[in-house]
Structures are given as C-alpha cells and as structure tokens.
Design a protein around this ligand. Structure first.
Ligand code: NAD
Ligand code: LMR
Length: 339
C-alpha cells in the first residue's frame, strides 16, 4: 500500500506570500522527526515565510509518517501552509525549491559510513532523476544520507538538466562539532571563532582545519598546543559520529537536523562567516572536477562560493589528498551506476 500523495492538511495561516516548497526524504526517520518541526516553525526562512512540506517515505513507513503528520497538524504552526506525503519522488520533488535528502540507511556500531555505499546508492540515482524532471530549476539540494558526498555526486550526475551548483552534501555538522570543541577549549563562545573550515569527505578522513581560524580577531592556532590539536581535537571531531552511535545506540539526529538547517539557511539567506559545505569540485585547490568535496564557502545572493587562493601547507595538503583519495575510491565503487 502506498503513502497517500494528496495534501493532508489545509492552509492554517494568514501569511500572504506564496509558500516555499521544501521537500524532505526519510521524513519518518530520526533526523526527519527532529527536522520537520523546526522547518515548520520557521527555522529556515523565518516564521513570517510560509512553507509547504513535501514528505517522501517508503511505503513500509506509512503509519509512522501518518503519526508525524498528525503531530505537525497538532502543533498548529502558523507558517505551515500544507503537507504532501508520498512514496513517489516525482510527487515529492515537484516544484521543490529546497530539498533535504535524508532518507537512507544509517550505519551501526563498527561500520564506516562508506560501508553504506552499495545499500544507499540506488536511492540517490532514482531521486536525482526525479529532481531533474520536476524540481524548480533553481532548487537547492543538500544530501544528508550517508555516505553523503558520494550520494550527492550520484544524484547530481543523474540530474543533467540542473546546474551542478544546485547540489551539495552536508559537512556542516562536522564544522559545528569543530566549533564546539574549540570554543570549549578556549572558553569562548562559538560565535567568537571565525574562518574555520572542514575539507573533504564526511568520513573519518575529513580535515577540520584551523590554519586560518581566528578567535576574537586573533589567530586561533597560536593559542593552542599543536599536540592538543593533533591528538585531541582532530580525533574528537572526525570520530564524533561513531562516539554518538556508541553512546546512544543510534546515530546523531537532532544535531544533524540542526546542521542541515544551518546549511540550507546560510545557502539561501547568506552566511556571515566561512561555512563548510561539500560542493561539486570545479578545479579549486586541484580537487578533481565533479567530486563532491567539502570546502570553506561563503554564501550570498543564494550562491555558495568556494573561498579561493588560500595558502595550503604541505601538512594540510597531505590530509586533503587523503580525503580526496577516499572519495575517488568511492567513485570507483559506484561508477557503474553513473550515466
Ligand atoms: P533513520 O533510519 O531513522 O531514518 C531513515 C528514513 O529514511 C527511514 O524512515 C526510512 O524509511 C527512510 N527511507 C529509506 N529509503 C528511502 C527512500 N528511498 N525514500 C525515502 N525515504 C527512505 O535514519 P536517520 O538517523 O534519520 O539517518 C538518515 C541518514 O542520515 C543515514 O544515512 C545517516 O547515516 C545519515 N546521517 C548523516 C549525517 C551527516 O552529517 N551527513 C548526520 C547524521 C546522519
Ligand atoms: C554523523 O556524523 O553523526 C553521521 O554521519 C552518522 C554517522 O554514521 O556517524
């Protein structure tokens, strides 16, 4: 039996603007549950901007999704103008302007995110094709489902009529984790730290880089012991996902949803500092074109632009290359799925 594909609630609001269509896949999952209520409350575009949610799930999750929709109705969010629930990506992505591709299998204890590649790759091929066919031509897509970078590459390659710049994968959670670790160590606020970035893959090869970072306007790295950065900070950030799985028995959900909102909000409304986003590489920093690789990015006028021409030390280059090599291996593993 399929999930109903008609609107399930009527307009609740007197907000005048035409609603923005926001699509979320995996809507009945853990991250979906943390994400939808914040979206409906206006965390993305502000409580004055009305939105319409398009929710995609597999048929087996129908009952759970119905329950989530009942709760969304019961929260009586003024800006929520309607919900479409469906198991058909062609319905979910029709005219979608912002898309959160969350639906995918999560890893369990002892797994690497790359172990999910074969299980999840086909989802992103199908969804890339549907986005190509029916999404807004200026859609912004963030892939959260793991392995996020290569899943984004698969979706992007199956959407040839959309500009590659419509696609991204989420490394904002890693960026936020790095900010939190540094702020705790330096006893400052996260907002005091600027020009931090995460390079590469959303995996244990990612490189959270403090080379350009400042705290209260002063160089940050100079205030920390190199040994702390190497032996405490880097592993704390790169292994944080595994630590949460170990502690919770399930992967991060609320922090992932929060990072996904940060990612999309800054993309659409503009960022006030560097943020980390995995984008299709365009030759910057000699990363092979097309790989979806995390860079330092600034957003304005709805565009995400890689921060260019930074001096890269030999030590940084080695770490960046390691993550690039992992992404090239992931690409080889799914090459047969590409058009
Ligand atoms: P979950 O298992 O709780 O939920 C996933 C949902 O996706 C399920 O409800 C499932 O029915 C649905 N789904 C599966 N295939 C689908 C399809 N083809 N179309 C639509 N929906 C589909 O998992 P979760 O905890 O919400 O995590 C989702 C994904 O996000 C996992 O791959 C996880 O590893 C990843 N994740 C990424 C980050 C990141 O920083 N990039 C952070 C946390 C989790
Ligand atoms: C995370 O970083 O928390 C997610 O990618 C989930 C995981 O598998 O680590």
């Amino acid at each position: 039996m399929s999930v109903p594909s008609s609107a399930t609630i009527s307009p609740l609001s007197n907000v005048a603007d035409a609603p923005v269509t926001v699509a979320v896949t995996g809507a009945a999952g853990q991250i979906g549950y943390a994400l939808l209520f914040r979206l409906a409350a206006g965390a993305l575009l502000g409580p004055e901007r009305s939105i319409r949610l398009h929710l995609l799930e597999v048929p087996q999750a129908r009952a759970a999704l119905d329950g989530v929709i009942m709760e969304l109705e019961d929260a009586a969010f003024p800006a929520l103008q309607g919900i479409v629930a469906t198991d058909d990506p062609m319905v979910a992505f029709r005219d979608a302007e912002q898309v959160f591709l969350v639906g995918a299998r999560p890893r369990g204890p002892g797994m690497q995110r790359g172990d999910l590649l074969q299980a999840n790759a086909d989802i992103f091929r199908t969804q890339g094709r549907a986005l190509d066919a029916v999404a807004s031509r200026s859609v912004r897509v963030v892939v959260v489902g793991n392995p996020a970078n290569t899943n984004a590459l698969i979706a992007q390659r199956h959407a040839p009529s959309l500009d590659a710049s419509c696609f991204s994968a989420m490394t904002r959670l890693d960026h936020n984790r790095a900010l939190a670790q540094l702020a705790a160590k330096l006893r400052c606020g996260v907002a005091d730290i600027r020009r931090l970035c995460v390079w590469g893959n959303h995996s244990s090869t990612q490189y959270p880089d403090v080379s350009y970072a400042t705290v209260a306007g002063q160089p940050l790295a100079a205030q920390l012991e190199p040994a702390w950065l190497e032996q405490q900070f880097l592993p704390a950030v790169t292994e944080r996902g595994a630590a949460i799985i170990q502690a919770r028995g399930a992967s991060s959900a609320a922090s992932a949803a929060s990072a996904a909102i940060d990612h999309m909000r800054d993309w659409v409304l503009g960022s006030t500092d560097w943020v980390s986003m995995a984008l299709p590489a365009d030759g910057a920093y000699d990363i092979p074109e097309g790989l979806v690789y995390s860079f330092p990015v600034q957003c304005s006028d709805g565009q995400a632009s890689i921060v260019r021409e930074l001096d890269i030390s030999a030590a940084s280059r080695e770490r960046m290359d390691r993550s690039q090599d992992e992404l090239l291996q992931e690409l080889e593993a799914i090459r047969s799925l590409l058009p």
